[in-house]
Design a protein around this ligand. Sequence first.
Ligand code: MSP
Length: 693
Amino acid sequence: MNTFYVTTPIYYANSLPHLGHLYTMIVADTISRAKRQRSIDTYFLTGTDEHGINIERAAQKAGRTPKEQADYVVSYYKKMTSEFGLDTAHGGYDIFMRTTEPFHYQGVSELWRRIAKAKTPKGNDAIYKGHYEGWFCAACAEYKTEDEYQKPKNEGDPPTCLIHDTPLDRVSEESYFFRLSDYDEALLSVLEERPDFVRPDYRRNEVASFLRGGLQDLSVSRLKTSVSWGIPVPDDPAHTMYVWFDALTNYITAIGFGNEERQKVVGFDKYWPALHLVGKDILRFHAVYWPAFLLAAGIELPRAIVAHGMWLDPNGRKMSKTLGNTIELDILQKYFSIDSIRYFCLREMVFGQDGRFGYEGLIDRANSDLASGWGNLSSRTLTMIARYCDSRIPSGVIPEDKLLLAKRTGVDTDETTVAGFIELARDQFVHQFDNLAFSKALETAWSVVARVDKMITDAKPWDLAKDENQKQTLGVVLYRAAESLRWLSVLLYPVMPEASRAIWKQLGLDGSPAQIDPTQLKWGELKEGSTIGEVQPVFPRMDKAKIMSEISAPTEPSAVAPGPSEPSAPVVHATQADAVGVTSFIEIDDFAKVDLRVGQVLSAERIPKADKLLLMKVDIGEEQPRQILAGIAQYYEPEKLIGRKVVIVANLKPRKLRGLESQGMVVAASYGEEGRPVIATFTEDVPNGARLK
Ligand code: MSP
């Protein structure tokens, strides 16, 4: 059967959710939406890990029972998932799994019993009773070996956890052990036979080298007198199960393992094996302990364990409350659209590696890629269809008798050029998405945005609209742009469900991009003559200076730009000016004569037989972009300039170079003997057309 099962870790119910938790949920949600689009029956699990000493202690501190503590934290998780559109009501998870569910108790007990009866690959009992002597970190819920803790400064003090910097608990008691030491070879063979079992490959290598170092048996129970908040060991209620044994098992109990009712409602046979998404911090539990438990119980191993990196602050430091560099979920919710957060998470983190998260970066991406990118392409296209085509989707075909006429405008009369480009991009996108290379997939989608933007700019629909004979040519350009938007809405739906639906609706389409399989998209299915919806900006621009001044962001103090009302200080004082070699001065009125504007390069290309010149189209906020020639071809690759913000002298008298009119000048520094140009640009986001004063 065509099914898919994706899981996030289940989060500790001792503290409230943060960005890291939100992130893994966003990734799982995106994957499940992409699978559902392709009619794959998908089950998406997230939830909370509610047992163990750490939750017991958090509860005690808060004056609650452990269950009350768990309920309290869960209410925050539920609120977060609803506000961020990740819950069932919004098409997100299928189950918010809680390890305090009675069916989970039943399933975990069943797994324990099975393992307790099993023999290891080396013919020994898989579980045996022994005595544990060692150190335990409550926050990691993990026993620590000598190289995993910091020795105490004063003799007699406990060692501290290298991750949490908190004192470890001494454990010396009777315990059940899982004979993990008998599973190293079996697990190594799994890694060899299934190269995709642990991903990315560098994480698989880490796991393999850990296995090659040999495994120690794992203590899988605590005396109830030490840890009472846990699931009792079957037939020995004096012991509670090790919290990771209990927690990992949630992935199968949630879908019906060990409980007939759940089995009927969901179906273990239907959905198992799962793809487990985890942070790299908990890879060992998922890639070593969990498969060993399953091997022992004779249960099929997971489909894959995929470890992602961690979010760090913009300076590359771990986020922590003490450093004050965490990302607050309520700030995200207040200032940012859900889609822009989802886009940032998937675009910014190269899946597997650590990424940096800051409010500023988020605003920049939202403005450049969404407002100026996809959003602008959409409103530009739809506004022109409204204005020039009476709000109806024009025909995508140029009639035979108009072909020659169309050719004269430079518009490509062969529609397969654009169609071929977007089809190829779609194939790449789907392939990259399937490989969880989200960042690359989004780059691919943005190559379509850039390509279609360039097609519009080159075709100059505003000129075509002036000529009644070019009506069809104009229509074809706008049809291609609109059809590309339809494709983009389908491709980008799993990442940005709301925006995709909005653009879909504005295109006047029925149904939803949620139901369209991107691999089945056919060019030309956008119906000629259909009426478009009301055109509205999907990604309004974010005022960075204003938002940053409102968000108190101690990690990014330098990021706060002066508000527009502050007087602009002179940049260069006379004395300083002398020092840098300026010899004559002008009055401020002289300077005011120069109209400097912020522009954005829409296209740039070399000019045949002119090796110094680049021909650029620059958007300076006017109805049409400016055509500007710049003598920078020896120093800049034209492709790299596209999208870049530049400074344009907008009131320079147009002049002709090589027969082409240059309608302005790009400002650049010039240095060295050869006068090497370095284009002036902005490090902060600024709208096209803004005046420099
Ligand atoms: N309860 C265990 C998991 C049991 S799974 C059977 C646990 N819980 S946790 O609350 O600590 O969550 C850890 C997970 O949260 C990480 O593996 C990761 O998915 C996510 N993240 C926590 N901090 C993160 C970042 N800073 N960045 C990205 N993800 C992070 O471990």
